[in-house]
Design a protein around this ligand. Sequence first.
Ligand code: RP5
Length: 163
Amino acid sequence: MQPLVGLIMGSKSDWPTMEHAADMLEKLSVPYETRVVSAHRTPDLLFDYAKTAAERGLKVIIAGAGGAAHLPGMVASQTSLPVLGVPVQSKALNGLDSLLSIAQMPGGVAVGTLAIGNAGAKNAGLLAAQILGTADSALQKKIDEFRAAQTQSVLDNPDPRDQ
Ligand code: RP5
């Protein structure tokens, strides 16, 4: 299947966070590719990946990074595909450094910034699917079903003491 989402991250150490984006894409049957692309350790690969992403058929890029998290912004500087940035929770500053590095883009180059950590990665997968869903009614239906099941599961388990 032609990947529609590029799921990239600055380091292998980001995978335990970014796999939550992959899980959501798989749950919604969105084809994706994933790889490590580091803004600082492999800058030439970053430029090549971002510049060729659209011609390779990708529609959305999810980029996760921690600390000096320049990957999403630099990718966005090289492609007009939507870029969703996930701030990975860093050890030293708990991800506040990642969040600010990703969110504080200069006007004119957009990155959609998600929450720090697992929830941000999960929602990046969901938001990527929602973007693709605007042109894919079957996918939109899957997303609606996912949301309805989520709502039902809360309603079915009202007692907070239950496991
Ligand atoms: C960033 O530096 C990565 O995104 C990662 O979150 C952080 C630490 O990388 P490693 O030293 O674990 O490879 O580039």
